[in-house]
Design a protein around this ligand. Structure first.
Ligand code: FAD
Length: 409
């Protein structure tokens, strides 16, 4: 009989399992995930869940009863360790064998670890990464007013944590090795804006400052962060946000094609037609980018899951959305669409000083990407305009008397 086994119980997995039933898929559906939880949302881990504004229950991707009602079998605490593509089975860490008709790899990624050659780092009770509920739970008691927090990495996660920490009255220093925060994802104008917002909120941002090591007390706890040319920063707690490593090892060991992620086509198929991959672990051909890309974002995980669920009921719905992403820091809602690499012109619409503006990126006269700070309506329009790669006069984009929506075809 038909069956789907989904490995990993994250955002993509929860969405896919339910989408299969919505599409009238009648075979068995199993989700095997190594965490002790039903599929949950990670974005709040550095936002409302970290701040304590929302509880565990609010993190579910689907209400827990949904899985029972839809006859979806969830196997928490189940780590898949090997795939046998000939027998069409997988092996679990506790020695079980599970069969599949179609296998879906939704294994996400894991935090990139510090690589300093000091073993004590990995045992320090006050050094944390941020990818799972377990990570936040481990951090909780140390994430309190009066503590001195050092964040390694000025990317989204680092800056979101900084914002929550300041609201809680925690002393915050951000170490960034590159010349500016958010360097890998946005333009200097946006980096400068966010650096200013954080500085005004009391965050100490140190750019061009590489981590060089730590000092520990006798119990193995970090007391001081060492950085740059002899900088010593006292620390009660350290949070590291230096990127993600996609979990491809399972696929790689099974001989599937890997290309900065488990390589899939626009329907989610790997190099084995009975195995699909979705979400952060996968790389897909992007018509928008003109090359294969791997995204780490909820919208793409969801859309890839829906496209893969359609495929398994015989419908071809290629995944070819323009990438988009959001980040919440303080009262600011950042939304980004497209990839701005290679832009030649950036236009600001609105006012960074008023904390309300768009940055629009053009290449050869066509709109390539857009970042929106607290302008959700205009962002919706910008998403369409970027998708259409409209050709537009930069002066028109900057002119707030001309509604963006007038540019829609
Ligand atoms: P995951 O959610 O990572 O799920 C994969 C699951 O598979 C994990 O539970 C993993 O443990 C499990 N697994 C791995 N290997 C195995 C195995 N061999 N056997 C069994 N289970 C396995 N995105 C946004 O769009 N906006 C945001 O604001 C945003 N904020 C974020 C903030 C934080 C702190 C983090 C960590 C991420 C954030 N993201 C955000 C990214 C977003 O959460 C991811 O893109 C999304 O979770 C990807 O879903 P996924 O299902 O592909 O992978």
């Amino acid at each position: 009989s038909e069956s789907v086994l989904i490995v990993g119980a994250g955002h993509a997995a929860g969405e896919m399992a339910v989408a299969l039933r919505v599409n009238q898929y009648v075979g068995d559906i199993t989700i095997a995930g190594d965490e002790p939880h039903l599929p949950y949302q990670r974005p709040p881990l550095s936002k409302a869940f970290l701040s304590g504004e929302i509880s565990h229950e609010r993190l579910h991707v689907k209400a827990p009863a949904t899985y029972d009602n839809a006859n979806i079998r969830c196997l928490p605490n189940t780590r898949v360790t090997a795939i046998d593509r000939v027998a069409k089975t997988v092996t679990t860490a506790d020695g079980r064998t599970l069969g599949y008709g179609k296998l879906v790899l939704a294994t996400g990624g894991r935090p990139r670890l510090l690589t300093l050659p000091d073993e004590r780092i990995h045992q320090a009770p006050n050094l944390h990464y941020l990818r799972t509920i377990g990570h936040v739970d481990a951090l909780r008691e140390q994430f309190v007013a009066g503590n001195r927090l050092v964040i390694i990495g000025g990317g989204y996660i680092g800056l979101e944590v900084a914002a929550v920490a300041r609201k809680k009255g925690i002393d915050v220093t951000v170490l960034e090795a590159m010349p500016r925060v958010l360097q890998r994802v946005t333009a200097p104008e946006l980096s400068e804006f966010y650096a200013r917002v954080h500085t005004e909120a009391g965050v100490k941002i140190l750019v061009n400052t590489a981590l060089t090591g730590f000092e520990f007390d006798a119990a193995g706890k970090i007391t001081t962060v060492l950085a740059g040319d002899g900088l010593k920063i006292p620390a009660d707690v350290v949070i590291v946000g230096i990127g993600l490593i996609p979990n491809v090892e399972l696929a790689e060991a099974a001989g599937l094609a890997i290309d900065n992620g488990i390589a899939v086509d626009e329907y989610g198929r790997t190099s084995d037609p009975d195995i699909l991959a979705i979400g952060d672990c996968s790389s897909h051909p992007s018509a928008y980018a003109g090359r294969r890309i791997r995204l780490e974002s909820v919208p793409s995980a969801l859309e890839q899951a829906r496209s893969a669920a359609a495929l398994l009921v015989g419908q071809l719905k290629p995944y070819n959305a323009v990438p988009w992403f959001w980040s919440d820091q303080y009262d600011l809602k950042l939304q980004m669409v497209g990839l701005n690499q290679g832009y030649d012109t950036v236009v600001l619409r609105g006012s960074p000083a008023a904390r309300n503006f768009l940055a629009l990126y053009l290449k050869d006269g066509a709109l390539l990407a857009a970042d929106s700070v607290s302008r959700p309506q205009e962002f919706m329009v910008a998403k369409k305009l970027v998708g259409d790669r409209i050709k537009v006069d930069p002066a028109v984009l900057a002119d707030e008397t001309k509604p963006l929506k007038d540019l829609l075809a």
